[in-house]
Design a protein around this ligand. Structure first.
Ligand code: ADP
Ligand code: MG
Length: 648
């Protein structure tokens, strides 16, 4: 009857060849072997005879190069990576010679690990691992890390881990090889006890005394079975082997949850502080630059908006078109608008040009604008000293000038009073009657007004530019609601005077839109500059993650041995990268906010403005950088061959 019950493990002509340079090594050759449930098998043989290779194939860590392997009748040799991982997780428990515990986790956390990959709940995991540890006499060591445990204790933790998911088969590869004889005996007793309770135990050992514990001895030589004392079922002893039909692949257990991955990641990051700090640093700087750049750009936009809002939103600008249809815009057009269009607050014609300005201290080439004092006031320009010019100045072609703050500082010295003094413009004398206040808004230092000179309109037309053509006329309607009506009236008037649509007529709202677009472009450019530093930081993350993957090869191998799927490993490493990056992102944000506040408190106006959006963008950029640049290292980790990784 038992003879007819199918074996738990059936190997048929299994071989495993390794490529070593050009030559091929046959680690296993035509091994045919049946192992029944409940057997206690000792695998013996010289070093290099293929024992580990056999164990790895049985435990689904490795695949045969030839032959067939059935587990409970299920063709393992044909299974995909995920299904083999499932078998490792559920059916097999590995015990290694060198324990292979994770040094950063406590004894209990090490024991729990296989259950994380099988999706067991936290509470159930905790209970079972505590029970297993106490059964192995380690209740007082649950919170110890491996380096605080003796070799014997570490190996008992490893046995508990092997049993965590209720493995049907325990695979122990020289489990006593690193232990003294007393501890070795203890471990053997534990394995024997497992066998007593009906578990299948396959044990690799050199020690004949150890092998005597087993019911069956299989000896390998040069990859072939040369001696087999035979399965006990064949000697008629009862077997607990259930006649299990081939299992169809079940619904997959859930991937170790994101929470678990995050916790593992946190533990790893904490256990290697200096590496984490280095990775962080790059991201901190990257996020700092991105956020600071966006903050500065935002402040610039705000300042542009502010200066426009000073005009009250009812402004209309008339300017010549830059094409053949263009007609010269003249002072008489401005007069016509002033006299014929109702509901206007002001009409400000303007002319622009350049000139050479000679002051007492210095000379400078500057932009010269011919306009009215009223128009200057309407643009929101403020005087530090002196007065704006009036109609009388213009009517009399008075040679007077108002200087931008920075221009005055250059021509007369920073502290000198310029009002009342004379300067030469293109070799003709002009009296300074006013100096503009510095710093209109955050970026006032860069504002063109600060480096410009202003003269009355007729003075500019007759004395400086020698033309009547205006560059534009700025009209302000009395009421924002009437802006369309006024704009249409001006358009009608000008096309009566010049024919066709000779001029561009923009209102404040349109210009605001344009300015907004400019602000957006500035944000984009600044953001791009910041992003470059984030990319550099990302490359740093990738570098360090690659080093980390290389350094933790054994850990990866171990995780795979206890049943982690490729995507579990992938997720774990991406999680680590994302967490470092997010952490660095937070630090970068705090830095940017702090430094921004500091800069704002020193500057005469806001130079950095943060919106919730900017902060969100900064943090997401950081996390995304981690995910993107952590992907390649994570892929490398997930793609590792478990056997090779365990050998590292
Ligand atoms: P044992 O565990 O009995 O000492 P192994 O199963 O580890 O033996 O190895 C069996 C043979 O296969 C040895 O000759 C070994 O050198 C060879 N071998 C094992 N792994 C590899 C590998 N990754 N590449 C090449 N040869 C290997
Ligand atoms: Mg070996």
């Amino acid at each position: 009857m038992e003879r007819n019950s199918p074996p738990l493990i059936a190997l048929e002509n299994v071989s495993r060849r390794y490529r070593a340079g050009r030559a091929e090594v046959g680690a296993l050759k035509d091994v045919t072997l049946d192992i029944y449930a409940g057997e206690f098998v000792a695998v013996m043989g010289r070093s290099g005879s293929g024992k580990t290779t056999l164990m790895n194939i049985i435990g689904c860590l490795d695949r045969p190069s030839g032959g067939e392997y059935f587990y409970k009748g299920q063709p393992v040799h044909a299974l995909g990576a995920d299904n083999r991982a499932r078998l490792r997780r559920e059916a097999f428990g590995f015990v290694f010679q060198n324990y292979n515990l994770l040094r950063m986790a406590t004894a209990q956390e090490n024991v729990e690990m296989p259950a994380i990959y099988s999706g067991t709940g936290k509470r159930a995991r905790w209970d079972r691992s505590a029970e297993l540890l106490s059964r192995l006499g380690l209740s007082h060591r649950t919170d110890h890390h491996p380096n605080e445990l003796s070799g014997g204790e570490q190996q008992r933790v490893a046995i508990a881990r092997a049993l965590m998911n209720g493995a049907e088969v325990v695979l122990a590869d020289e489990p006593t090889g690193s232990l003294d004889s007393r501890n070795g005996k203890e471990i053997m007793a534990q394995l024997a006890a497992l066998s007593e309770r009906g578990r299948t135990v396959i044990l690799v050992t050199h020690d004949p005394a150890v092998a005597r514990h087993a019911h069956r001895r299989i000896e390998l030589l040069d990859g072939r079975v040369v001696n087999d004392t035979g399965a006990r079922t064949q000697r008629g002893r009862a077997s607990a082997a259930p006649a299990a039909p081939a299992r169809s692949p079940r619904i997959q257990a859930p991937v170790a949850s994101l929470m678990e991955s995050a916790q593992t990641a946190r533990r790893t990051l904490r256990s290697n502080k200096s590496r984490t700090a280095l990775t962080l640093l790059g991201i901190v700087i990257g996020v700092f630059s991105v956020t600071a750049m966006l903050g500065v750009a935002q402040a610039m936009r705000n300042s542009i908006l502010n200066s426009f809002q000073q005009l009250g939103g009812a402004g209309i600008t008339i300017s010549p078109r830059f094409d053949e249809a263009s007609r010269p815009l003249t002072l008489s057009d401005a007069e016509a608008i002033r006299s014929q269009i109702p509901n206007l607050l002001s009409v400000a014609p303007e002319m622009n040009g350049g000139g050479n300005l000679v002051g007492r201290d210095n000379s400078e080439s500057a932009r010269i604008t011919a306009t009215t004092g009223q128009a200057m006031q309407e643009r929101g320009l403020l005087l530090a000293e002196g007065a704006f010019f009036d109609e009388a100045h213009s009517e009399s072609y008075a040679p007077v000038v108002i200087l931008g703050g920075m221009l005055a500082g250059n021509l007369f010295g920073e502290r000198a009073r310029a009002v009342g003094e004379y300067i030469l413009i293109n070799a003709a004398p002009y009296q300074v009657i006013g100096v503009l206040k510095r710093y209109e808004g955050a970026f006032g230092a860069f504002a063109p007004e600060q480096r410009s000179a202003y003269v009355p309109l007729r003075t500019g037309a007759a004395r400086l530019f020698g033309r009547d053509n205006l560059d534009w006329i700025q009209v302000v309607a009395a009421d924002t609601d009437q802006i369309e009506t006024v704009q249409n009236a001006i358009e009608a008037l000008l096309s009566r005077r010049h024919g066709g649509s000779a001029f561009r007529i923009d209102n404040q709202a349109q210009l605001l839109e344009v300015q907004n677009n400019i602000g957006r472009i500035v944000s984009l450019v600044f953001g791009a500059i910041g992003s470059i530093s984030l990319v550099v930081a990302g490359i740093g993350v990738m570098n360090i993650m690659l080093a980390s993957v290389a350094e933790r090869t054994r850990e990866i191998g171990l995780r795979m041995a206890i049943g982690a799927r490729e995507r579990d490993i992938l997720m774990q490493f991406i999680c680590e990268a994302a967490m470092v990056a997010a952490l660095g992102g937070c630090a970068g944000l705090i830095g940017a906010i702090g430094l921004g506040a500091l800069a704002n408190s020193f500057a005469p106006a806001e130079v950095v403005a943060f919106t919730p959006w900017i902060l969100l963008i900064g943090l997401s950029c950081a996390t995304l950088t981690g995910v993107i640049f952590g992907f390649a290292p994570a892929r490398r980790a997930a793609g590792m061959d478990p056997v090779a990784a365990l050998r590292a």
